[in-house]
Design a protein around this ligand. Structure first.
Ligand SMILES: *Cc1c(COP(=O)(O)O)cnc(C)c1O
Length: 309
């Protein structure tokens, strides 16, 4: 990572090097996504009907300055396996959960053995159709993606990994190689990006990031508005800027390169999608649409069938 910083204040520097602006605490900021309120047992956040977040590693190697969990440091194996028992038990009991997202911290900072153990336990639960890992390792510590790790992960398909890149310069040759190894292990890769002022709040930068992700076999998944994290006010930009970026992507580049733009609603509301307005008018007879280039088109609704008899 350090090699990537070209100058103080560049997009990589801004994400990781603390500034005095972090000490400014503004009114109305919250320091969490109210995950505790949706936490039935320790390490589980069950907010959506059919999927749950499973915090398997308390720490992250990234120290991103805009993260809700940026203060957590220490030994990634600090949670003893025994302490995860109530979480496994909850997942076993709740048959409506068909998708578990291992998160943290960073799950891939755990040892190979611990990752194998956790995945094996989860795969023994028949109703869990899909396993997911959220990790910034491919960006931050690509050397962690070893053939041994890939051999472990590929035993647990369907397994998805969502990674996190915020700037095209982060797609370094080692990062691209780590992504290729994961993709070769059959793991579909997604990317969650955070909209950050001075880093990627620019349609051209964002387009290049999305295109380079696709070229690295990663399907852009979400662009998030920056959470209202205490001390991260200087990273926040407007919702209008996010919509401008989506408008600059959709139609102008591959549809595969266009992620969903969402706000993770404070207070535990979950992810809420935002879309630029493409519907000019909608009636029972027709819809008037505006395409990516601003031209209008009419689409006629089906004619109501005349009921006979
Ligand atoms: C983001 C998130 C999920 C997964 O949401 P998807 O839209 O399915 O990716 C699940 N639980 C929590 C608490 C989340 O924040």
């Amino acid at each position: 990572m350090v090699d990537l910083i070209k100058a103080p204040g560049d997009p990589i520097w801004l994400q990781y090097v603390p500034t005095v602006q972090e000490l400014e605490i503004h009114d109305g900021l919250v320091d969490s996504l109210a995950e505790d309120a949706n936490s039935p047992v320790p390490n589980i956040t069950h907010r959506y009907p059919d999927r749950a977040l499973f915090l398997v590693s308390p720490v992250c190697a990234s120290y991103c300055r805009f993260c809700t969990r940026r203060r957590k440091v220490g030994d990634p194996e600090k949670i003893p396996m025994a302490q995860l028992e109530s979480a496994f038990h909850y997942l076993e009991e709740h048959r409506e959960i068909r998708d578990v997202i291992m998160s943290g911290g960073d799950p891939l900072l755990l040892s190979d053995r611990r990752i194998d153990e956790i995945c094996k336990r989860l795969r023994a639960i028949p109703h869990l159709e899909v396993l997911r890992i959220g990790s910034r390792i491919p960006c931050h510590l690509p050397e962690r993606v070893t053939p041994e790790l890939c051999a472990i992960l590929k035993q647990y398909h369907p397994l998805y990994i969502n990674t996190h890149f915020n700037h095209p310069d982060e797609l370094t040759p080692p990062a691209v190689q780590a992504l290729a190894m994961l993709a070769d292990a059959g793991i579909p890769l997604g990317c969650q990006t955070v909209l950050l002022k001075g880093v990627n709040d620019d349609p051209e930068v964002m387009k290049r990031l999305m295109q380079r992700l696709l070229a690295a076999r990663v399907r852009p998944y979400y662009i998030y508005m920056c959470d209202q994290v205490a001390g991260a006010e200087h990273f926040r930009t407007t919702v209008q800027k996010g919509l401008e970026i989506i408008r600059a992507l959709r139609g102008w580049t591959s549809g595969l390169a266009v992620p969903h733009f969402v706000i993770d609603a404070p207070g535990g509301g979950g992810k809420i999608p935002l879309l630029p307005e493409y519907v000019v008018k909608l009636t029972d007879k027709e819809v008037v649409l505006r395409n990516y280039a601003g031209k209008e088109y009419h689409y006629t609704q089906p004619i109501e069938p005349i009921l006979v008899g």
